[in-house]
Design a protein around this ligand. Structure first.
Ligand code: AMP
Ligand code: GLY
Length: 421
């Protein structure tokens, strides 16, 4: 197949690597890509945010399938334009992508679908914010409504800080004040063809910048899968997956269809497992980053087949995606100053040496080649991904690999998957 992958992060590199690992060879094109993606795919010059340009490129080059990685092209209507021309695309249209882009839209769909989620109130000004904060009590959760690259959410015991956060986002529209949900977070992805839903396997993301879940929220500093502790609560991991499929993914996909915005692509359910049961904290309309980097290495079913079936509406005919039992851990290497103000342009060394360790590969995020040198071009620079028979082995390999990589001023978390090892 000729597959065009849109995006430039470690998530897209993970997708490209999974496509390359299949038995049947594919021709993979990527835009804009990064230095790592460029090793497996042909980087092509097309503006991924321009629906006309992507569609024109796909037609001209006989692309069989377009896979949209990040949310921005979805919101820009790239999937709509491709679908209109009959080009198979994995990714929802702009309207359906609001499930991620608008917290208010997501809450409405959740209500319609009767999906378990926290109580929430919309506040249009500071008085309404204060009222809602006092109703729900501390810890306080305040969320901006639109896409804010992970910066729109504050969780704090400090009422003044919660109010200040609201004040910063209120000029752009109402904010959401939510009940605080306590418990471990789980990310679970579903493939959807607009009608049929197929779950992938749960992973856990580490969103805070520093060890011990301290520091600011980030795009994600590491992840691991599988989640053995889910079995304690749900009998088995499959029991958990079945429950979330039944109570969350299937009703949401049905509600989206009824809403006139069928969801074709990846439904990402961000969940908190509370004492009272599983609750949704957010949906995304795309693969999660960095969870994808650990989920896809365990996938035994050809990814291209799953993505194509979702794009074509034939998921019902496919067997459930199968996963290996191995432990997979990913650790993100971030630039100095990330997330507030990442320093870019510095040289990265030791990637090849890191990949010399058994079970290890590197998924590139913000990297570019400048002559012979590999340089960091953004905040989350790369992911070390390590597989092992156990989490202890996977962690040992991941951190041994990280030790071989150098980037001045860079930082990473040292406690990814520590609790399960
Ligand atoms: P979101 O962008 O909605 O995923 O929120 C970012 C992070 O804030 C989540 O990964 C959680 O760690 C935390 N968070 C969001 N909503 C809640 C909530 N209602 N209760 C507790 N933590 C939350
Ligand atoms: N891992 C968080 C996200 O992809 O939004």
């Amino acid at each position: 197949m000729k597959i065009l992958v849109l995006g430039s992060g470690a998530r897209e590199h993970a997708i490209v690597l999974a496509l390359c690992a299949e038995d049947a060879p594919h021709e993979i094109l990527a835009a804009p890509g990064n230095a790592g993606i460029g090793e497996q795919a042909t980087i092509v010059d097309v503006d991924m945010l321009d629906p006309g340009a992507v569609t024109g490129f796909a037609q001209e080059h006989g692309v069989d399938l377009v896979v949209v990685g990040p949310e921005a092209p979805l919101v820009a209507g790239v999937a709509d334009a491709l679908r209109e021309r009959g080009i198979p695309v994995f990714g929802p249209g702009a309207k359906a992508a609001q499930l991620e882009g608008s917290k208010a839209f997501a809450k409405r769909i959740m209500q319609q679908a009767d999906v378990p989620t926290g109580r929430a109130a919309h506040a249009r000004d500071l008085d309404e914010t204060a009222e809602a904060l006092d109703e729900f009590g501390a810890p306080y959760v305040v969320k901006a409504d639109g896409l804010a690259s992970g910066k729109g959410v504050i969780v704090t015991d400090d009422r003044d800080a919660a109010l200040a956060h609201a004040a910063a986002f209120l000029p752009q529209g109402p904010v959401l004040v939510e009940e605080f949900l306590s418990g471990p977070e789980v990310s679970l992805f579903f493939l959807s063809d607009g009608d049929t839903v197929r779950p992938l396997t749960p992973a856990q993301d580490f969103k805070r910048a520093l060890d011990g879940d301290e520091g600011p929220n980030t795009g994600g500093m590491g992840a691991y899968t599988p989640l053995p502790w889910l079995a304690e609560r749900f009998g088995s991991v499959a029991g958990f997956v079945d429950e979330v499929t039944r109570t969350v993914a299937e009703p949401v996909v049905r509600a989206m269809d009824e809403d006139g915005s069928p969801f074709i692509g990846l439904l990402y359910a961000g969940l908190i497992v509370t004492d009272a049961g599983v609750r949704v904290i957010e949906f995304n309309a795309r693969f999660g980053d960095p969870e994808t980097q650990v989920v896809l290495p365990r996938l035994e079913t050809p990814l291209s087949r799953l993505l194509m079936s979702a794009a074509k509406g034939t998921l019902e005919d496919e067997p459930a995606p199968a996963f290996s039992d191995e432990a997979v851990v990913t650790v993100v290497l971030a630039s100095e100053g990330y997330p507030a103000a990442p320093v870019t342009g510095r040289e990265i060394t030791g990637v090849e040496e890191a990949e010399g360790i058994e079970g290890v590969h590197v998924a590139h995020a913000a990297t570019a080649r400048v002559g012979q040198r590999l340089v960091a071009t953004g905040g989350r620079v790369l992911n070390v991904v390590a597989r092992g028979a156990t989490f202890a082995e996977a962690r040992q390999r991941a951190y041994a690999a990280m030790d071989r990589i150098s980037l001045e001023g860079a930082h990473f978390r040292t406690d990814i998957a520590a609790r399960v090892a």
